[in-house]
Design a binder for this molecule. Structure first.
Ligand code: UDP
Ligand code: ZN
Ligand code: ZN
Ligand code: FE
Length: 336
């Protein structure tokens, strides 16, 4: 059973992939003898001589370029489609432990260059509408394998969250005549209280509209729609930003911190009004307590924020100072 089903009540696709149920589940924790599939020497990496960053097909793919045919449902309002797409794992380093901030700046640049070239390549496939780059970190988030990696899903539809953003960018352009995120970045620079860090290309801030306690967004200072349009200097600036955000979380919690990282990029095709950005959701609301998405959040999509983003910004700045002093060659500065 492998297909995508449409929920006609909330108008969203669900990826149904039975074979994913058997993927390895935290073998290290369960003390099962297990060869890490992302460590050098693993069968799928054998063909590579020497590598810093490797792209692997996901062995339990949620989507595939050769999906089985689906049988139509009798009830005409039930829609399903073939699970067209691609699922990949980006193994960020041969080393079995660590986080993005443990990589040298040059190595982190190679990671971002890999994201970029995969987004370019996958966007050209005719069944792909959107390429989602994301990184899950930590057992609180539900990560199944700890070796540093991120994932790419090339989707046969534009995800609803991005659709909503595209709508807002279009509406803003029609009403105001400029780019929504260019104006947000300009305002945040002037207002100042939510800023955390900046380099020549990017602004790191806790958004006015934060949903997660220590949410951090990375906004390009120059207008750019897609990772595909990045200059080398922007690529380097993003690599620097990713190291800084992940180091901030680790300093904030004073331990290996969980988080979700998502790239919000322009769809694979078409020409929409958009401004590329990266969002980080960190699930703790203080050092010990997790913020759960439960009834009001999951059942209604209404978020409550236990605190004030402008106050959390002060904590994030303090963590930023510690983070930047611990990193070799950070390109930018924390806000005072
Ligand atoms: N995986 C793989 N090859 C393997 C074992 C696992 O490609 O030999 C994939 C697995 O399907 C999963 C990913 O590696 O999608 C690990 O991802 P993560 O733990 O970040 O999250 P998950 O996708 O499991 O929720
Ligand atoms: Zn490993
Ligand atoms: Zn813009
Ligand atoms: Fe976004």
């Amino acid at each position: 059973m492998h297909e995508i089903r449409f929920n006609p009540l909330i108008k969203q696709w669900i990826i149904v992939a039975k074979h994913r149920a058997v993927r390895p589940w935290r073998p290290e924790e369960r003390q099962i003898s297990f060869q890490c599939p992302f460590c050098p020497g693993a069968p799928e990496l054998k063909h590579l001589e020497k590598w810093d960053v490797a792209v692997l097909p996901n062995r339990y793919p949620a989507l595939t370029p050769n999906p089985p045919q689906v049988e139509l449902e009798e009830f005409m309002w039930y829609t399903k489609r073939e699970a067209w797409g691609v699922a990949e794992v980006i193994v960020e380093t041969p080393s079995h432990e660590g986080d993005l901030f443990d990589l040298s700046l040059d190595h982190a640049v190679k990671v971002v260059e890999t994201y970029k070239s995969e987004v370019e390549r996958l966007s050209r496939l005719d069944f792909v509408e959107y390429v989602a780059v994301f990184r899950n970190k930590g057992k609180e988030i539900g990560v199944s394998l700890t070796h540093p990696h991120s994932q790419i899903y090339a989707l046969p539809f534009i995800p609803p969250r991005v659709k909503q953003e595209l709508d807002s960018f279009r509406e803003y352009r029609e009403k105001i005549g400029s780019c929504l995120l260019c104006d947000v970045a300009k305002y945040e620079l002037k207002y100042g209280k939510r800023l955390i860090y900046y380099n020549e290309e990017f602004l790191l801030l806790i958004p006015f509209y934060a949903m997660w306690p220590y949410e951090i967004h990375i906004y390009p200072l120059k207008h750019v729609k897609s990772l595909r349009d990045f200059t080398d200097h922007q690529t380097k600036g993003l690599a620097d930003s990713l190291r800084v955000v992940t180091a901030i979380y680790n300093k904030l919690l004073e331990r290996d911190a969980p988080y979700i990282m998502v790239f919000h990029d322009h769809p694979a095709r078409g020409n929409y009004e958009y401004h590329f950005h990266v969002e980080f959701y960190q699930p703790y609301r203080d050092r010990e307590k997790l913020k759960y998405a439960a009834g009001i959040e999951w059942g209604y999509w209404v978020f409550t924020y236990d605190g004030i983003p402008e106050e959390k910004a002060l904590e994030l700045r303090e963590a930023c100072r510690k983070a930047v002093s611990s990193l070799s060659n950070a390109m930018g500065r924390c806000m005072e």
